[in-house]
Design a binder for this molecule. Sequence first.
Ligand SMILES: Cc1ncc(C[n+]2csc(CCOP(=O)(O)OP(=O)(O)O)c2C)c(N)n1
Ligand SMILES: [Mg+2]
Length: 593
Amino acid sequence: MVKSGRGKSKQSQAGHAAPAHGGERVASALHAYGVRWIFTLCGGHISPILVAARRLGIRIVDTRDEATAVFAADAVARLTGTPGVAAVTAGPGLTNTITALKNAQLAQSPVVLLGGAAPTALQGRGALQDIDQRPLVEPHVKLVQQVRRVADLGAAVEEALVASLAGVPGPTFVECPVDLLYDEKLIRGWYSDAAGKGTSIPDHLLRWYLNRHAEKMFEGAARPYAPAVRRVAVPVAGETALTLAAAALRKSERPLMVLGSQTLVDAAHAQKVAHAVERLGVPVYLSGMARGLLGRDSPLQMRHARRKALREADCVLLAGVPCDFRLDYGKHVRRSATLVAANRSTKDARLNRTASIEAIGDAGRFLEALARTTGGIERPGWLATLAERDAEREREIDAQAKARGVHVNPVAFFRAMDRAAGDNALFVADGGDFVATASYILRPRGPLSWLDPGAFGTLGVGAGFALGAHAARPQAEVWLVWGDGASGYGLAEFDTFARHGVPVIAVVGNDAGWTQIAREQVKMLGDDVGTVLARTAYHEVARGFGAEGIEIRTDAEVAAGLAKARRLAAAGRPVLVNVWLDKTEFREGSISM
Ligand SMILES: Cc1ncc(C[n+]2csc(CCOP(=O)(O)OP(=O)(O)O)c2C)c(N)n1
Ligand SMILES: [Mg+2]
């Protein structure tokens, strides 16, 4: 496996003979690096990769949209710390991935995208699905590999895997032209047919040219290929930053930490990071992939009134969290506070605000080192103040959960779902207000049990994330919290869930609208144009794809409906629960785009 800082360099067992074709080279590189799934939507350009990968025991999960394939690869990457891999065909297959690729880039997720391409000799000459792919993909990835020789395919894939994980993780792209993937005899046959049998000088020239082209393409392809698995070093912040941060924390009277997704880039270290945070004893807010890090009920974790706490804290440690819109571009943190920015990215550490102490390196490792250096930094009075404020807000939420209308109260619904979901639950969030409400109320059970799109705020990640989550954690009870609007992007993946036996419980918050947008638009502009949906029977759509569908229209039906959904999922069935929501004031006043 290619895992940050783990595993020894070793030669893989597979691939000591010359591979029969380029697809086998790609597959054996992936296999050697511990890749266990390829998410895909097929195309002739990539068939040899899929077939060869399956022969090596890599699971091929075919989806109904290339974006889903990349979202699924993204989820695998985040949950395992091993690169997630998607393979798509040339041209439109690739263009369909761009949103998901951008989402992975902004989430700093190590995704490797394999793309087909037109035959090398025909590129730029009007071949099927032939476009210039580099300029399309380049702005969204760390590395583009355009392979031109069969012998280079394996190394290109290895490079893409390593680069996706190194430093600040992110997606990479390997373009594999179709004529590099099939076996040499077949390709030479294509080229010789293309050259024809003419006797004119141009005919001779064309034959000479194509023959020389094939020679170059297959140069070295007869030699054996054995991938060499490289270890990716975890970047570690310097000692000075550690000493300064330790001193600042010790001196602090009101210390506070905010942990973001980047803290858990090295998924295998999640428990160690959790122990470090517990040992430090500093009150903490968890966001993104860090949600759930301390389990359901840690006394250190605060869920509410973050802005107020940040205003009051005299020392703030931002671990893997940039000062972007979520911290009001840094304004949430008090000017006079000592700000410690622990981040793999210098750019993120400096975004909008100059930190007092910069710790450039892995934020999780930094927390581990800090806990070893300082031991506990308990400030019981400060912790109690924050905890009381948190408890106060929880009581308000309880009061809101009591309100009864005609259909389901979303606040009460998530209280019920939080009680119903198992200890092995993993929550995927995709939607607007419905998801924002969930994020206040649902309590992720443990490390890496919450997935949301991240800073790109992309609607439509849900089905792919759920697919990837089940692959990475087959024992987990995967709950997809889905706005009715958001569900439209991925409903067809119920077909994928049914075919591959993926027992997702998708809970659709059916408020017949794009409510997060409608809320502001109506208030500010007096018109709901473009924001209204119908009370669609989404559960019946799921049934049409061969999955289970449950409809819940009133609060009274919630507990039984959720229990039934869990039973069906436990028996291996994907389920869609269509929940008719009442309007609520819960999200009133929050700004949403
Ligand atoms: C790809 C994409 N398109 C549009 C948006 C803008 N947007 C943000 S929230 C939202 C409404 C979501 O509606 P729904 O999923 O039904 O959740 P609700 O707010 O109704 O609970 C929209 C359209 C976006 N974030 N991403
Ligand atoms: Mg909605």
